[in-house]
Design a protein around this ligand. Structure first.
Ligand code: HEC
Ligand code: HEC
Length: 315
C-alpha cells in the first residue's frame, strides 16, 4: 500500500516537472518570437518610432522633466553624470551572465553617437536620437526600446542628454545635414553579383569575413574607442544590428560609419549604384534571405511612397 502511494507520488511529481518544462519552453519561444526583429526591420508593436511632431520648446520646464525621465529610466545604465558609468555597467560582473551588458552605455558627455544620418564624426539629428531612444539599439540586450514612453517624455529626455555635452552648443552653427537616401531600387541577381564585387573591392571581408559571419582576419583584434574588444557584425542575424536593418538603414550605416568603433564611413568611396548593390549583397547573407521576399517588400514600399499623402508635408 505504502509503496503504491510512493510510486503514485513520484509519477505525479515527474508529470508535474514535465508540464512545467514544456510550459517554460513554449513561454520562452513566445518571448523570443515577439521580441526578435523581423528579417526586414523592427516594427513598432506599441507606440511610434518616428517622431510625429517636433520637439516642444526647450525651456527649464522641459529640461527638469527630462532629468526626471532620465533618473527613472536611464540612470542605472548611463550613470549619474551621463558618462556611461551606471551601476549596471560598473557592477557588471556581479550580475548573472544573461544580465550583463555586452557594450558600455553611451557617454553623453563625449556625445559620440553610432546611429546617425549625418556624416562621420558629426552630431546626430534630433530625429536620429529620437529613433534610437524609441527603438533601442539591440533592444533585448543593451539599450532597451522606450517607444512606450509618451512622445513628450522622449523629447524631454533627449533635450536633457543633449545638455550634458558642450558639443551641442559649440557645433550648433555647423551641424551637418542628413545624408540623402533615395528610394531603394528593386534588387535582382545581377545587382547581387555586382555587390559581391563591391564587397571584395572595399575589403569588407577583412573584418566581416568572406561569408559575412563577422569572422574576418582582423575580427579578434578590433577595439572600440573605450579600448574594449568589439566584433564586426555578423550579417546573418539582423536581430543583432545596432542600426536599422532595412535597405535604407544598411545604406546609412556604411555611408556614415559607426562612430566610436572601427566601422569606417564609405561616403567618399562609392557611387549611388554601388551602394545599393552592396546593401542587397550584405542583406543576402541573412539566414532567411529570399530575393523574391525582399523584392515584394521593396515594391510595397515603393507603391506606398508613390501615393500622394495629401498631408501637405513635402520633402
Ligand atoms: C539597460 C541599460 C540601459 C538603459 C536603461 C538605457 N540605456 Fe541607453 N544605451 C545602453 C547601452 C549599452 C548603449 C550602447 C549600445 C551600443 O553601443 O551598441 C546605449 C546607447 C544609448 C544611446 C546612443 C545611441 C547611439 O546612436 O549611439 C542613446 C541616445 C541612449 N542610449 C539613450 C538612452 C536613454 C534616453 C535612456 C533612458 C530613457 C537609456 N538610454 C536607457 C544601455 C541602456
Ligand atoms: C576595420 C573593420 C571593418 C571594416 C573594414 C568594415 N566594417 Fe562594418 N563593422 C565593423 C564593426 C566593428 C562593426 C560593429 C560595430 C558595432 O557593434 O557598433 C561593423 C558593423 C557593420 C554593420 C552593422 C550595422 C548595425 O546596424 O549593426 C554593417 C551593415 C557593416 N558593418 C557593413 C560594412 C560594409 C558593407 C563594409 C565594407 C564596405 C564594412 N562594414 C567594412 C568593422 C568593419
Amino acid at each position: 500500500m505504502k509503496t503504491k502511494a510512493i510510486i503514485a507520488f513520484v509519477l505525479f511529481v515527474a508529470v508535474a516537472i514535465g508540464v512545467a518544462v514544456i510550459l517554460a519552453i513554449s513561454a520562452k519561444k513566445d518571448f523570443s518570437s515577439s521580441h526578435s526583429r523581423s528579417f526586414y526591420d523592427f516594427s513598432s508593436e506599441i507606440g511610434n518610432i518616428e517622431p510625429v511632431g517636433s520637439s516642444p520648446p526647450i525651456d527649464a520646464g522641459l529640461l527638469i522633466h527630462g532629468e526626471w525621465v532620465y533618473r527613472g529610466m536611464c540612470i542605472g545604465c548611463h550613470g549619474v553624470k551621463g558618462d556611461g558609468n551606471g551601476g549596471v555597467w560598473t557592477l557588471g560582473e556581479k550580475y548573472s551572465k544573461a544580465h550583463q551588458l555586452p557594450r558600455m552605455p553611451r557617454d553623453f558627455s563625449a556625445a559620440i553617437f553610432k546611429i546617425r544620418s549625418t556624416p562621420s564624426g558629426s552630431l546626430p539629428t534630433d530625429n536620429d536620437l529620437f529613433k534610437s531612444i524609441s527603438r533601442g539599439l539591440v533592444a533585448d540586450q543593451d539599450m532597451p526600446a522606450f517607444k512606450f514612453l509618451p512622445e513628450r517624455d522622449r523629447w524631454a529626455v533627449l533635450a536633457y542628454i543633449k545638455s550634458l555635452s558642450p558639443r551641442w552648443v559649440e557645433e550648433k552653427d555647423y551641424q551637418q545635414p542628413a545624408v540623402e537616401i533615395g528610394q531603394p531600387p528593386l534588387p535582382d541577381e545581377p545587382m547581387l553579383e555586382a555587390g559581391k564585387g563591391v564587397y571584395a573591392k572595399m575589403q569588407c571581408a577583412k573584418c566581416h569575413g568572406p561569408t559575412g559571419k563577422g569572422d574576418g582576419e582582423t575580427a579578434n583584434e578590433l577595439k572600440d574607442d573605450n579600448g574594449l574588444p568589439i566584433k564586426p557584425r555578423n550579417f546573418s542575424d539582423a536581430s543583432q544590428f545596432v542600426g536599422s536593418s532595412d535597405p535604407r538603414g544598411v545604406y546609412q550605416t556604411f555611408t556614415t560609419g559607426i562612430d566610436g568603433t572601427p566601422m569606417p564611413s564609405y561616403a567618399d568611396n562609392l557611387n549611388e549604384d554601388q551602394r545599393w548593390q552592396l546593401v542587397y549583397y550584405v542583406m543576402s547573407f541573412r539566414g532567411d534571405w529570399s530575393l523574391e521576399k525582399i523584392r515584394s517588400q521593396v515594391q510595397v514600399e515603393r507603391t506606398a511612397n508613390a501615393k500622394p499623402t495629401g498631408d501637405g508635408m513635402s520633402k
